[in-house]
Design a protein around this ligand. Structure first.
Ligand SMILES: NC(=O)C1=CN([C@@H]2O[C@H](COP(=O)(O)OP(=O)(O)OC[C@H]3O[C@@H](n4cnc5c(N)ncnc54)[C@H](O)[C@@H]3O)[C@@H](O)[C@H]2O)C=CC1
Ligand SMILES: O=C([O-])CC(=O)C(=O)O
Length: 325
């Protein structure tokens, strides 16, 4: 099981690489960045877990060497809150994956996820290797935040690992839609509408909370690394044959066989991508679940997300044709 991190020396990349090194199912870990990746790799290589770790830089075909034989490629490369720059970075890295490891599962962390996932897909289409079942936008941090914040409202943080709230839509502001009515742990009946709105807002704009607290020193890195490792861990378990793993992720709805068409009908819009609870399998997306039973207020949030989501997706698709984001 070879995992590759592209952008491995960054704020997310380093702790994410650490967590992947700690995952005993990983036997090879390749770290690629434009700076510092060999040092990060040697450091991690002293940890007594199975993965063989190697670091690569751009010279001497470093990207190609890192990607050769990859099963899972995680992309946290880029600059926080610089969508235009990230679009170009992700496009170039996707070109490397399409030519060297077209069958790998691609997990996109780089923002804006609502646009960078379509960018990867368009690059893969250009190279004739697009498979809608293998490209994933990582929205797990929204799910992790929802678990944490709900447990805080329930007054018991020890519940947080077992609190499960589906978060659907996309990964930015109003496109993030937590389905609190489906929380594994129901909210207290005494919670009024203002408090619920506050909770939804905190989940939607959790990224801003971190950016503000870091005061110029970037955005969420450690919580994102945790979330990225959680998601990658699930994908790895699915590749190894475990069944029944369902988790929200931003995916292409092209494939009718996986339930994409049914979800589009439910949304009432012919959207190309959406984050929904997805069952993972050996070939990637096994089934895209529908929204299930949602409240009228949640339906209003879903509908409010669609215009921005659709514009973000179109921007990503257009970027591959004419680079501008
Ligand atoms: N999906 C999500 O929930 C979240 C996504 N993000 C996004 O993740 C990305 C990374 O964030 P941070 O780690 O905080 O940034 P960072 O600036 O600390 O690290 C980014 C790394 O990418 C590397 N890099 C730049 N260009 C590259 C290229 N062409 N090839 C390979 N590596 C390259 C840099 O050298 C750096 O080491 C940003 O786009 C950020 O917005 C951040 C938090 C949550
Ligand atoms: O807000 C940001 O820039 C980073 C991010 O995606 C998040 O923390 O969810």
């Amino acid at each position: 099981m070879k995992a590759v991190v592209l952008g491995a020396a960054g704020g997310i990349g380093q702790p994410l690489s650490l967590l992947l090194k700690a995952n005993r199912a990983v036997t090879e870990l390749a770290l690629y960045d434009i700076v510092n990746s060999p040092g990060v790799a040697v450091d991690l290589s002293h940890i007594a877990t199975p993965a063989k770790v190697e670091g690569f830089l751009p010279p001497d075909d470093g990207l190609k060497k890192a990607l050769t034989g990859a099963n899972v490629v995680v992309i946290p490369a880029g600059i926080p809150r610089k969508p235009g720059i990230n679009a170009g970075i992700v496009r170039d890295l996707a070109t490397g994956i399409a030519t060297t490891a077209p069958k790998a599962f691609v997990l996109v962390i780089s923002n804006p996820v609502n646009s960078t996932v379509p960018i990867v897909a368009e690059v893969f289409k250009k190279h004739g290797v697009f498979d809608p079942k293998r490209i994933f936008g990582v929205t797990t941090l929204d799910v992790v935040r929802a678990s944490t914040f709900v447990s805080e409202i329930l007054g018991d943080r020890s519940l947080s690992p077992s609190v499960s709230v589906p978060v659907v839509g996309g990964h930015s502001g109003v496109t993030i839609v937590p389905l609190l009515s489906q929380s594994s742990h129901p909210l207290p009946a005494s919670l009024d509408a203002t408090a619920i709105d506050g909770l939804i807002n905190r989940i939607q704009f959790g990224g801003d909370e971190v950016v503000k607290a870091k005061d110029g020193a970037g955005s969420a890195t450690l919580s994102m690394a945790y979330a990225g490792a959680e998601f990658a861990g699930k994908v790895i378990r699915a590749i190894k044959g475990e069944k029944g793993i369902v988790t929200p992720t931003f995916v292409n709805l092209a494939s009718d066989k996986t339930g994409g068409d049914a979800l589009k009908k439910e949304l009432g819009k012919d959207l190309e991508y959406f984050s929904a609870p997805v069952e993972l399998g050996v070939d990637g997306v096994a089934k895209i679940h529908g929204l299930g039973k949602i409240t009228p207020a949640e339906n209003a949030l879903v509908q409010a997300a669609l215009p921005e989501l659709s514009a973000n997706i179109e921007k990503g698709v257009a970027f591959v044709e004419a680079p501008k984001l």
